[in-house]
Design a protein around this ligand. Sequence first.
Ligand code: PHE
Ligand code: NA
Length: 457
Amino acid sequence: MSQKSHTHAQWSSRVAFLLAAVGSSVGLGNIWKFPYMTGESGGGAFVLVYLICIALIGLPILMSEWMLGRLGQKNPMSTMQQISGRLKRSPAWALVGLAGILGAYLILSFYSVIGGWALAYVKYAVTNTFGGLDNDSVGGLFGGLLESPTALLGWHSVFMIMTVGVVIGGVAGGLERAAKTLMPALGILLLVMVLYAATTPGFAEGASYLLMPDLSKLTGETVLAALGHAFFTLSLGMGIMMAYGSYLSDDVNIGRTAVVVAVMDTVIALMAGLAIFPIVFSNGLDAAAGPGLIFQTLPLAFGQMSGGWFFGILFFVLLVFAAWTSSISLLEPIVEWLEEKSPLSRTGATIAAGLATWALGIATVLSFNLWSGVHPLGVFAMFEGKTIFDLLDYLTSKIMLPLTGLATIIFVGWYMQRDELRTQLNMSSGAFSVWYAISRFITPIGVAAVFIFGLLH
Ligand code: PHE
Ligand code: NA
């Protein structure tokens, strides 16, 4: 990938683009967040709403972001500025790009802390800490990590340095090449975990918990969570996919590529769920354990299965890798923006952005220990008991991403010319009509309805 968006650089190949898009989308969202949200939201009903959100909301917005980026050929803010200018619309549309950059900053601040947990678990795996763990001691291991501000801060710092290191050097070299082997490896290892889970007594219960919707469990909160996660998991509403689209050549079929990315992302998330919930039920663990869910269930499995030491190392290394390819995609737009809007060089901008994100991450580190009792907006009923980490997660996933996504799809569906969209998407007229109708009506109404219903729940 080029370092400067305005040079009209392009991906070296379609595969390189696909890899970068999958690298950004497949991450902690799939393996850490999706299972714990499913567990907190009562299982299959959440999954069903999530799948509907991916298909009817995530997919059209993913296509829209790539298309806007390819038309604008600039950073997200300038792209929105330029296209809205050409269509004689308000320059305020550039704010959509700016909101995305802010969202990326807030998300990366806590994403890096969780990436640090994964790093800590690589160490535990290597030192064979999982061997012989039981239900209580897995909780103790995780709780011990969370209790220590210095340990969390140390791992968060290492993860941030890894992220900055890659972004300084440009993404093109090693990471892209490594992703080509490591991402498929992650898929295969998840399959191994699912097969292992299938041998545990709780498999049927776990699988049906994930896949059988109990609609009585649906609440406004659950639906809003599913919507927010659809944005988070596909890296939408942050200008990231728009920036990736700006390096895209005209012969890439946006619709087909978007379907591939969305399907791969979804399959990885479902496999993570299928690996985790059977272990939860087999061992009488709590499905609603929250952010610690995978860090408690999987070590238990690794401690019991044969070859568990090896698989444990492999799994957490691959998890770090998935998180890493996502975190560089979160840092990139902040750096690009800083570089263009300030006198800083690329290196200076990367270090400044990394430091600023690292500093905000300290608030998340402390949310799990010294500040676990600090609930800044606790006076409002909807924020009761929420730590700073909880609030950052809420603000980004449930408010900022849906609103930016809504603005994007309204812009594309209602302000852009039908013919231009048709040419860009290069679909058959039947498929295009379906896409156009969904993008104009179902997607925006869906986002708006879920958003309002979820906030009022
Ligand atoms: N999509 C990534 C994941 O699922 C997270 C992410 C969000 C990455 C936003 C980039 C931008 O883990
Ligand atoms: Na994802």
